[in-house]
Each structure stands twice: as C-alpha cells, then as structure tokens.
Design a protein around this ligand. Sequence first.
Ligand SMILES: CC1=C(CCC(=O)O)c2cc3nc(cc4[nH]c(cc5[nH]c(cc1n2)c(C)c5CCC(=O)O)c(CCC(=O)O)c4C)C(CCC(=O)O)=C3C
Ligand SMILES: [Fe+2]
Length: 377
Amino acid sequence: MPVDVSPDPTPYDAVLLLSFGGPEKPEDVLPFLQNVTRGRGIPDDRLKEVGEHYYSFGGKSPINDQNRELLAALRTSFDELGIDLPLYWGNRNWAPYLTDTLREMTADGVRRAVVIVTSAYPSYSGCRQYRENLADAAAQVEGAPVIDKLRHYANHPGFVGSFVESTAEALSRLPEGAAIAYVTHSIPTTMNATSGPDGNAYTSWHEDVAAEITAELQRRTGVERRTDLVYCSRSGPPHLPWLEPDINDHLEDLEADGVPGVAVVPIGFVSDHMEVIYDLDTEAAASAEKLHLPMARAATPGTDPRFVTMLRDLVLERAAAERGEQPERPCVGKLGPGWDDCRPDCCPALRRPAAPGSTTPDAVQASTAASAPKETA
Ligand SMILES: CC1=C(CCC(=O)O)c2cc3nc(cc4[nH]c(cc5[nH]c(cc1n2)c(C)c5CCC(=O)O)c(CCC(=O)O)c4C)C(CCC(=O)O)=C3C
Ligand SMILES: [Fe+2]
C-alpha cells in the first residue's frame, strides 16, 4: 500500500498503548475485578458471575497477550517507515499499570507522547475514563510527559475495512440469506445520553459504522440482508436501564422470524478479549445452538494489517496536526473524523480531571469536588 502520510513523528518522542488490562492467572481475577469496579456500584452477584467467566478460561484473559502482539505489529509497522519511536504499554486495571509505565517513560526522558487507546468509540467507559486515569497517573509522576490521545478511530477506513473483510468471511460460513448482528458492549442509557460532545455519540457512531459495513458488503455482492445493532455484557444493578436488545434475546427474535443464520460482528471491540470469547463465543453461541440457529462470529481487528497501519497513520496524522500542518483525515460514514481533543464537557458522567485537557476549568472544578458518586448515572 502506498504511504500518503509523511513518516515524521515530530513532536512526539514516544507512543503509549493504553489498554484495559486483564488477569493473567486465577489469583489475579478477584483483585482485577476489584480494580475495575471500585466505586462503580456493580452488584456482588454480577462480580461472582464475571469471575466465573475468567475462571472458566483458566483465570487468564487473552487481552494482555493480544496487546503484546499488537505492540510487536506496531513495532514492525513503524520500522518499515524507518521510524524508531519507542513504544510503551500501560493498562488501566492490571499490570503493567499506567502509572508505572508513565514513570518509566519519564525516567527514559520522554517529554511528549501520543497515546493509542484500545477503544474505538466515544463514551465515558471507552474514552473519558481512560483520560481520567491518564490525568490521575500524570498527577502521581513528577515530570510526566505531555500526552495527546488519538481521535476516535471507529469510522476510519482501516477499522471499518477490517470488519468488512471479517464480516464477509463470517457470512461465507452461513446459509444464504443470513442476517448480520452488529454487537457492542452495553452501557447505561444515561452514559450513552452524555457520550461525546453533544450526547448519544456512543450509539450514533456504532450505527454509522454498522451502516458503512453493510453498505460496502452490499456494493460488493448486491445482496441485501437484515442487520441490527445489539448489545452484550450488560452489568450494573437491574433497576438501571442499559442499552438493549441483548444479543441473546435478539437471537431468539431472529429464530422466531425464520432467519436462516446470523453473522455476529463485534464492532465494539478491537480484539478477542473476554467479552468476545465468553459473552459471544460461549454464551451467545450456546443460545444460538439451543435455537438451532447457525451463527458465525466475525473476527475483531486484532493485528489485522489494515488496523495496524491505521494506528501508525493516525500517529503520523496527529504529529502533523501538532506541527501546524493540515493532514488528511481519512474517515467513512456520515459523522466526519473524530476530534483531536475532547472538550472539557465531553462524556461528563463523573466530573473529575481528564487528560489531555486536565488544565481546563473543568479539571479545576472537578479537583475541588467531593469524591465520585457510586453509580454511573
Ligand atoms: C464500553 C465498554 C468497553 C469497550 C471499550 C473498551 O475496550 O474500553 C469495555 C471493555 C472491556 N471491559 C472489560 C472488562 C470489564 N468491564 C466491566 C464493567 C463495565 N464495562 C463497561 C463498559 C465497557 N467495557 C461498563 C459500563 C461496565 C460497568 C462498570 C462501570 O460502569 O465501569 C467489568 C466488571 C464486571 C462487569 O460489570 O461486567 C469487567 C471485568 C474488558 C477486559 C476484558 C478482558 O479481561 O479480556 C474490556 C476490554
Ligand atoms: Fe467493560
């Protein structure tokens, strides 16, 4: 593929991959779950249940190994352009912890870094919470580097293109006339309502990405099919409304409607982590089997070259923008390219400092506010 971005990473002297983190062994599972749910008001029963998901896979989430593979692929991709920018990795909820990584970067003399988050869409959980954790970590590390975060990349042709291929592959394993169920992580409806600068960005971005994949497949094959956007991994107390329908209920509807099969396409996730291998490949697959409904799960981007090249190009795009140039900003769909910096009031589920942008009035106000409320609402 021709490279149409300048391979100049100035002003950055490092890249940070920021991810969720996951347990590596059974003893890690409980402390990991405590890290994730601290102050989030998740019922004990739900935590026990999710713990069992991890234990059924030997107490190990695949997410850390997937990030190690992504780092290796990014290294190769940067090397191909002769870019020797160091790559670092830190997690929000498990080792290597973000704060330790920031400490290491600071000790190595990194002054300005760009962060790639393993989450593609705007929302409190998928964006602001990462930025809050960046702000918290930076506050703990003297002389921490200045950090920019890449724009949301769900509507980038690299991300969408990767799902177009994997959806076509999944459909090839199914009978003619199969439907597509696009799946993402459910979040509280209140969190969706406040997502992005103007609200509802979580669902509107997902709808846009789903429509683009559908349109591209139809352009290629001329086949029209039923498509829906559905949700997995609902959590929280039962009385709080979360985005619906749940994938398992949706499979029942498809079967009742006589649909001959379904491609399950996890557009909300960048790799096959626990939500994918448990909630979809285990639980939803069991629902489909009970219904005798043929189901094929499409691959997530993982280390797909389209995805890896996209991340590299986004680093170079942002570098060019920070140098005052006007880089091309590839994107598909109706919404346009995402914003470089979130506005202070973006995804304001909790009013706490969030970096980048931690020097805004929002942060000043938040730093004097009382501790975070228990629920996400
Ligand atoms: C939008 C979204 C993404 C996608 C964006 C992104 O990737 O960031 C995501 C990813 C992930 N979520 C993950 C794990 C968990 N999420 C939980 C809880 C929650 N997730 C939420 C939302 C999201 N989550 C929400 C609103 C909650 C309720 C608590 C709260 O309001 O904060 C819980 C607690 C138990 C439970 O409640 O289910 C766990 C263990 C893992 C690691 C998987 C692995 O180990 O392989 C990953 C990648
Ligand atoms: Fe989650």
